[in-house]
Design a protein around this ligand. Sequence first.
Ligand code: ATP
Ligand code: MG
Ligand code: MG
Length: 512
Amino acid sequence: MYKPKWLASVGFEIHLQLATRKKLFSGAKIGVFEAPNTSVAPFDVSLPGSMPILNREALNLAVRGVLALNCKVAPVCQFDRKHYFYPDLPAGYQITQQDVPLGKDGFVKLSKHLDDVDDTLVPIQHVQLEQDTAKSIHADSVSKILLDFNRAGSPLLEVVTAPCLHDEVTASSFLRKIQSIMRHARVSDAKMETGGMRCDVNVSIAPIIPSSSESSKASKVGLELPRTELKNLSSVRNVVNAIRYEVQRQISLAEKNETWTTETRGFDDKNGKTFALRDKSISEDYLYMPETDIPPVTISKKYVNEISDATGPLPDDLFVMLTSEPYSMPIRDARILLNLPYGYDYYSTVRDIISRQDGQSKKVIDESLRALPTWIITDLVGKLHEHEIEEDLFYVPPSQFADIVCFCSARKVSRLTAKALINHLVVTPSDQSIANLIKELKLNFIQDSNTLDVQVGKILEASPKQVQEFLTGKQSLLKYFIGQVMRQLRGRGDPVEIEKLLKQRLSETLKK
Ligand SMILES: Nc1ncnc2c1ncn2[C@@H]1O[C@H](COP(=O)(O)OP(=O)(O)OP(=O)(O)O)[C@@H](O)[C@H]1O
Ligand SMILES: [Mg+2]
Ligand SMILES: [Mg+2]
């Protein structure tokens, strides 16, 4: 059996933008999507005399994040100054938490069923609340950097893991789990594409030393070689590709007996390679000192309990709930739904609307609820994906979606028509009721036998060759006939009725 010779270790430093509208200390709005430099308070650009005031909502969200990662909450929230000099930080220091991080010693659970990797606990070393910097925009000329201070001073939650992940697949499951936890806890939208979640990935390798004695099978891991820190990874896919490349790069250097130093590297997603950015072998001295302009805030047990009680269920609890009575969702469906951004929110909103439908029988409601996960994870996601509107299920309003599912279960529209309606709402959103849309687009279900029989007759008449083949035993052609009739009726016919009428006519032909 092949035995690997190297053990890779990966540790994450993750920054999450908190879901608050105001900055951490200045009260200015967080203007990430506004025109550059329009959402800036004097404190955000360190004007003399401006003073910080802690945004209480940011602290609440941070504590919620700390609890969601199973960390111990510090008894006090206090800040330190971390000094470094860069144009995006006009004060010359970042306000962060060095001495007493808001949370420490937590873990994130990964499981086979929900996360599709071996059951693992990923240790979280610490979680801290800190300020974001201004956004640097590298203009055409190398020497020119544009700065947008709308982001400066926004609250970030920094999550640091132990270097306990050993392959890129588990690492990507971990990142998706963090996103899912933070979204369910309403702490952050954790969107990597828009900078809501950013991560630095530390990667190292260590030799695996095979056991020398026959009796002991356990091998040992030698000393790890210098780690590299990968930055500017803008998607989970890039993180996976960067780790895979970096581990292989370090292994091939090690196998050629070449050495390297601790450094920060970037990742070029066009050629799939990492490249050196700067040396990190001499650790920078940040001259940490206490931030004395912000008085420490005591964090009482009562306050922590209140935050904990107000936090909704997290993905692991929801997974257990959805796969048990009365939801009884298949494991795969629950996993896909919970891993869709705000998938559970959408599902539970639509589910509530369906359950409250007055005009529907219990049978229709039960059938709609049973079919709902598939409608969302296959049909809605498929259509959104097709039209490149990813990650936003709420693009189709839940009330309209609930009506489509119910109309289909009540056999007022066919499955094909229901899909066409979803497509219609994705392409041309409208606030019309679904009942009106069906009328306007003439999509009502045709169950009337006479109308259907006329179409069945036409199709059989137009396909003498296939009818002959069917009568001589090619039973599979029945599906072909149903498909042809459906096509003629633009998907609105009742397939059960069509099949019945086809069988009747074909057996009559056989008797002749
Ligand atoms: N041998 C290792 N292999 C891989 N990752 C490691 C290793 N040792 C530490 N790490 C990871 O490196 C990260 C250390 O982050 P931390 O912010 O504490 O230090 P830093 O990156 O040196 O400091 P800073 O980013 O503030 O300059 C953690 O995510 C940790 O898991
Ligand atoms: Mg770092
Ligand atoms: Mg750090």
